[in-house]
Design a protein around this ligand. Structure first.
Ligand code: FAD
Length: 410
């Protein structure tokens, strides 16, 4: 049997490895447009490659996927994070779990992750077609024909499409697979950037560039997006950081344009009630009755932010603590827990993953096989599956790639 795999990223590598290890008699052709394998894997996690997560509880694990968690069930029970961990360790990549639960190679080098596959493919003689771009995919009675640059049409019995999403396009993931899926009868859902920063129209943000905050809540009045909390950072043009990425995933399909800005509310004290904050401000105003309110607030938040808090609460920053009225203290407390940011765009090209993809109801979740075109399989980010930061996207790619490989080899 001949199997074609289009895309030598995380999912394609794992699918090829699985087939060749379980059924070495199957001829595997791995087609990759880049001159090297796993370009995105290598740069992931800032070059350290956050391979998977240290999370072991499946229920919690599924909460890390804004889209596709139910679909991932079979793939994850078959190849959970601990199995991924073990797989890499037994293939010569020792891993470590960091305090925040992220898993990295001990070497902190993403190249080692890809090298594990290269070593395996050398041993098993997988046909690696580097610098070959798939242009067209057809199905006939015998199987699939892949037309790619620099090669005569490749005829295979089964085909796995693992071309990824369309984030960080310069890594080769340009979204070609969506067209291949459609050509073979599949539906592709609307696509959107996920795990991105936001650009804000609020000019005051510029003054705060570089100011970070360890734990803030983000919410919006658009009902579809639940509130979420974590670290964030002001940039010269907006906001970024782990909680912003997570929020962007939840709000991936919410418009954020100059015409329809997305109002994001920042709560600097998400673990405190409004009354608690008010009480603390009142106590500080009493204690520092002769200090300006700006300086008093600077005891709670960075100084550059304190001035803006006064502005947003419409209170003279020079007003003394002892002169603050009950209403004014209330307004300060309210602002600290409800700073509005008007997002008019997402950081262009800086998103980590694509939300949306091949419609999941058209793919068998226990095999990763198309329900429309038998013999066709999908794995990885091309599917309408995406996770938060923390190793969850690679985990999904390894697990679905493995399941596609096992199903093909059956
Ligand atoms: C900067 C960055 C950092 C990230 N860090 C992490 C992290 O630390 N942990 C984590 O879990 N996730 C991370 N992600 C997300 C994760 O890397 C992806 O979700 C994952 O790589 C997707 O795997 P995939 O195999 O589906 O697709 P990809 O890894 O994108 O691979 C697709 C491959 O297909 C090839 N291809 C596409 N079209 C064609 C064609 N027509 N012909 C031939 N080849 C083609 C591409 O060149 C590419 O190599 C990060 C993403 C980015 C952009």
């Amino acid at each position: 049997m001949k199997v074609g795999i289009i895309g030598g990223g995380a999912a394609g590598l794992m699918a090829a490895a699985t087939i060749t290890e379980t059924h070495p008699e199957i001829e595997v052709f791995l087609i990759e447009r880049n001159p090297e394998l796993g370009k995105k894997v290598v740069i992931s996690g800032g070059g350290r490659c956050n391979v998977t997560t240290g999370l072991r509880d499946m229920k919690t694990l599924f909460t890390k996927y804004p889209r596709g968690s139910k679909f991932l069930s079979s793939a994850f029970y078959g190849f959970p994070p601990e199995a991924v961990f073990e797989w890499f360790e037994t293939h010569g990549v020792p891993l470590k779990i960091e305090d925040d639960g992220r898993v990295f190679p001990v070497s902190d080098n993403g190249n080692d992750v890809v090298r594990a596959f290269e070593n395996l493919f050398e041993k098993h003689a997988v046909h690696i077609l580097l610098s070959h771009t798939a242009k067209l995919v057809e199905k006939n009675t015998d199987g699939f024909i892949v037309h790619c640059t620099g090669h005569s049409p490749l005829v295979v019995d089964k085909l796995i499409i693992t071309t990824g999403g369309q984030a960080y396009r310069h890594t080769g993931s340009t979204g070609d697979g969506y067209g291949f899926a459609e050509a073979l009868g599949h539906t592709v859902t609307p696509l959107a950037a996920s795990l991105s920063s936001f650009i804000s129209r609020d000019t005051w943000i510029k003054e705060l560039a570089g100011v970070s905050w360890g734990y803030a809540g983000l919410s919006t009045d658009r009902a579809a997006t639940p509130p979420i909390a974590g670290p964030f950072l002001f940039t010269h043009s907006g906001i970024t950081g782990p909680v912003v990425f997570a929020f962007s995933a939840l709000a991936a399909f919410e418009p954020a344009t100059p015409k329809t800005p997305l109002t994001i509310f920042i709560n600097l004290f998400p673990d405190n009630t409004h009354v608690q904050i008010e009480t603390q401000i009142r106590a500080a105003c009493t204690l520092h009755a002769k200090k300006s309110i700006e300086n008093i607030i600077a005891g709670f938040v960075p100084k550059s932010l304190a001035k803006n808090i006064c502005g947003m609460a419409e209170i003279d920053a020079e007003l003394h603590g002892g002169d603050m009225s009950k209403k004014q203290i209330e307004r300060i407390a309210q602002t600290l827990q409800h700073i509005p940011i008007h997002a008019i765009g997402r950081g262009a090209g800086d998103e980590f993953v694509t939300a949306g993809g091949v419609e999941l109801s058209e793919v068998n979740p226990s095999r990763m096989e198309s329900k429309i075109s038998p013999g066709l399989f999908f794995a990885g980010e091309i599917l309408n599956v995406d996770g938060f930061t923390g190793g969850f996207n690679l985990q999904a790619s390894w697990a679905t790639g493995r399941l596609a490989g096992l199903s093909i080899a059956e």
